[in-house]
Ligand binder design. Structure first.
Ligand code: NAD
Ligand code: IPM
Ligand code: MN
Length: 356
C-alpha cells in the first residue's frame, strides 16, 4: 500500500467549499483502490485564523508543511484582511519558501457548450501555461519612500535571476516535447518597454531555443498575446510567462475553457526538495461564498494534477473521464455553467461517475 501524507489548507470563502469536494473525490478513489491510502492533515490557516491570532499561518507553519508529499490549497483572501497581507503571508510564502518555481496551468476546453468564442471549440483550445512562480514581478522588492509627504513614492522592483529563468524555460521546452501537440513554446514578453527584465528574459529564451532545435518557438508581447489567445487559440501549445503576465493571462485562459470554475493549477518544485502545492486558479469568490454554488470542477481537476505528480496518472485519467461525463447533463451543473446544481451535488456526481 502506498501512503501519501497530504496537508490540506482550505483557506477562505469558496476555497473551503470546493476543498470538501476535492477530498470527497480522493476518498472515493481510495475506496476503489486498495493499494493507495491518503492521510489528510487539515490546517485552518487563512483570514479567520488571522483575525483571531494575528497570523495567517503558524510561526513554524513552513516547518510543519515540509514533511508532506503534497499540499492542497483552496483559496486565500477575504474582505476584512488586506489582500497583500493574506496572500503574502500564506500563499505566496509557501510558493517561495518551497521554491515552487513552476506554476503549471492547463487551459483545455472540455465541452463545446462552454466555449465563449464563436467558430472555436474543443479542438481549438488546448494549451498549457508555464508561469514563473517565485520571483519576477512578485519578488517583493521595493518600498514606500517619503511617506506622508507630497513627494511620496512607491517602488516595486522585479527580479529575474539567470538560474531560475533558465530552469523555467527548460521546463517549458521539455513539456512541449512530452505533449507532442505543436512542439512549440511561446514566450510572453514586453521587452519593448521593460528594457532590463524582459530583454534579459528574451535573451535566455533565445539561448534555450538554441538548445532545443526540435521545438518551434515564438515570442509575443503580452498585449498581443492576449489578443492572439482570443483570435487563434489553436496556435498555442506551451506558453512560458513571467509571474505577473502568467497570472493575468491564465484568468483570460480560464475564460476560454468555460470560466474560472474549470481552471486548475499546480505549484511545482520539480526537484522535489520540498512539497509541491496544488491549488485552483480562482480565488475565494466572496460574493458567492457560503451559498454552496461554487463550481468544484477546478478543485477536482487540481486534485487530478496532484495525482499525476504523485505518479498515479491512471487515477488522474479517471477523474478527467468523470468530469467530462457529468458535463453532459447541463441542468445539474453549478450556476456559472447555467445549471441549478450545488457544489456538493456536482462533487457527488463526479464521484458516482468515477465509480462507474
Ligand atoms: P475570484 O477568482 O475569487 O473571483 C472572480 C470571479 O469568478 C467572481 O465573479 C467569482 O464569483 C467567480 N468564480 C471564481 N471561482 C469560481 C468558482 N469555482 N465557481 C463559480 N464562480 C467562480 O477573484 P477575485 O474576486 O479577484 O478575488 C477574491 C479574493 O480571492 C481576493 O482576496 C483575492 O486576493 C483572492 N484570490 C486568491 C487566489 C488564490 O488563493 N489562489 C486566487 C485569486 C484571488
Ligand atoms: C493566482 C492569484 C494569486 C497570484 C494572488 C491571489 C496573489 O491571483 O494564484 O492566480 O497572483 O498568483
Ligand atoms: Mn490569479
Amino acid at each position: 500500500v502506498k501512503t501519501y501524507k497530504i496537508a490540506v489548507i482550505p483557506g477562505d470563502g469558496i476555497g473551503i467549499e470546493v476543498m470538501q469536494e476535492g477530498i470527497k473525490v480522493l476518498n472515493t478513489l481510495e475506496k476503489l483502490n486498495k493499494d493507495i491510502k491518503f492521510i489528510f492533515d487539515w490546517y485552518d490557516w487563512g483570514c479567520e485564523y488571522y483575525l483571531t491570532t494575528g497570523k495567517m499561518m503558524d510561526d513554524d507553519g513552513i516547518e510543519k508543511l515540509k514533511s508532506y508529499d503534497a499540499i492542497l490549497l483552496g483559496a486565500v483572501g477575504f474582505p476584512g484582511v488586506p489582500d497583500h497581507i493574506s496572500l503574502r503571508d500564506l500563499l505566496l510564502k509557501i510558493r517561495q519558501e518551497f521554491n515552487q518555481y513552476i506554476n503549471l496551468r492547463p487551459i483545455k476546453l472540455l465541452a463545446e457548450e462552454d466555449c465563449p468564442l464563436k467558430n472555436k471549440g474543443v479542438k481549438d483550445i488546448d494549451m498549457v501555461f508555464v508561469r514563473e512562480n517565485t520571483e519576477g514581478e512578485y519578488a517583493g522588492v521595493g518600498g514606500i519612500q517619503r511617506e506622508g509627504t507630497e513627494e511620496e513614492l512607491a517602488i516595486q522592483t522585479s527580479v529575474f535571476t539567470r538560474k531560475n529563468t533558465e530552469k523555467v524555460m527548460e521546463y517549458a521546452f521539455r513539456l512541449a516535447k512530452s505533449r507532442n501537440k505543436l512542439n512549440k513554446v511561446t514566450s510572453v514578453t514586453k521587452s519593448n518597454a521593460l528594457n532590463y527584465s524582459m530583454v534579459f528574459w528574451d535573451k535566455i529564451f533565445k539561448e534555450k531555443a538554441e538548445q532545443h532545435k526540435d521545438i518551434k518557438t515564438e515570442t509575443f508581447h503580452v498585449d498581443a498575446t492576449s489578443m492572439y489567445m482570443i483570435q487563434r487559440p489553436e496556435s498555442f501549445d506551451v506558453v512560458v510567462a513571467s509571474n505577473l503576465f502568467g497570472d493575468i493571462l491564465t484568468d483570460l485562459g480560464a475564460t476560454l475553457q468555460g470560466g474560472l470554475g474549470f481552471a486548475a493549477g499546480a505549484n511545482i518544485n520539480p526537484e522535489r526538495e520540498y512539497p509541491s502545492m496544488f491549488e485552483p486558479v480562482h480565488g475565494s469568490a466572496p460574493e458567492i461564498a457560503g451559498k454552496g454554488i461554487a463550481n468544484p470542477i477546478a478543485m477536482i481537476w487540481t486534485v487530478k494534477m496532484m495525482l499525476d505528480f504523485l505518479e498515479h496518472e491512471d487515477l488522474g485519467q479517471k477523474i478527467m473521464g468523470a468530469i467530462e461525463e457529468i458535463l453532459k447533463d447541463r441542468k445539474k451543473l453549478t450556476p456559472d455553467l447555467g445549471g441549478n446544481g450545488t457544489t456538493s451535488e456536482v462533487g457527488d456526481m463526479i464521484c458516482e461517475a468515477i465509480k462507474k
